[in-house]
Design a protein around this ligand. Structure first.
Ligand code: F6R
Length: 242
């Protein structure tokens, strides 16, 4: 693992965008794996600025997202589909048919998860997968568990994740309780992985994932076994590693 510690969220976002831009320039027809949540918002803003400045071309790129809430229509303003359009897709020249997310409005979990895994596999998996990290060490919606889930699957979100997400919904009862997510195996098949973390509430997760034992109780710890992982985190997120 390459660990790069930067001052703050702004610096993390700039560095992450440069890292992703480098991949797009080197492989313009590549597959970029994307994440949602607060962490990558600044990264997406920087990528949009680079596009607007004429420095980046998304026209040949394909994107695959990690996850989606089950039970939300794509038009719901808290769906990850909506988030990706709002933060990135609608502001750059990605082809409309070149971005893929699991479809949370599909009730048949088994069929939707199999279809999504097949889609990602047919693209040859991500050339670069961007990840955030949950306070409990989750990646995608792979929550702490007894085993590492291999392929795209339906998960019951933990209380801690539901609690962390409630800020985006009118009440905790409106927060979806399930999600479709790439499995740990799907994520590990990405050729390169870039994981971002900002803030003291991620410090425990970063310490356990980068330096603790590899265990499904800390899903991101599996990344220690991946041959090409870069962590970009700010000083607060790295504070327990010193
Ligand atoms: C989102 C995702 C999640 C988030 C994680 C951190 O697609 O896969 O694993 O990366 O929950 O969320 P934030 O960035 O909001 O702290």
């Amino acid at each position: 693992m390459d660990i790069c510690v930067v001052k703050d969220y702004e610096e993390m976002s700039k560095k992450a965008a440069d890292f992703i831009a480098d991949m797009i320039v080197k492989k313009p027809d590549g597959v970029l794996g994307l994440a949602t949540g607060s962490t990558p918002v600044g990264t997406y803003k920087n990528l949009v600025s680079m596009y607007e400045a004429g420095k980046l071309d998304f026209s040949r790129l394909t994107t695959v997202n990690l996850d989606e809430y089950k039970g939300l229509k794509r038009s719901h303003d808290q769906s990850y589909y909506f988030f990706m359009h709002d933060n990135l897709f609608d502001h750059v020249n990605l082809r409309p048919d070149a971005s893929f997310l699991p479809d949370g409005s599909k009730d048949d979990a088994e069929s939707e998860c199999k279809a999504y895994e097949r889609k990602v596999a047919s693209l040859g998996y991500a050339d670069l997968q961007l990840l955030g990290i949950g306070r409990n060490g989750h990646i995608g919606f792979n929550e702490p568990a007894d085993d590492f889930a291999v392929a795209t699957h339906c998960v019951n979100l933990t209380e801690s994740t539901i609690d962390a997400n409630k800020r985006f919904f009118a009440s905790i009862d409106d927060v979806p309780k399930q999600a479709y997510t790439m499995g740990i195996g799907t994520i590990m098949k990405a050729k390169r992985i870039l994981i971002l973390a900002s803030g003291a509430d991620k410090a425990e997760a970063i310490k356990n994932s980068c330096f603790g034992p590899v265990t499904p109780k800390v899903p991101a710890s599996i990344l220690q076994f991946h041959p090409d992982v870069t962590v970009i985190c700010d000083e607060a997120a790295y504070s327990l590693c010193k």
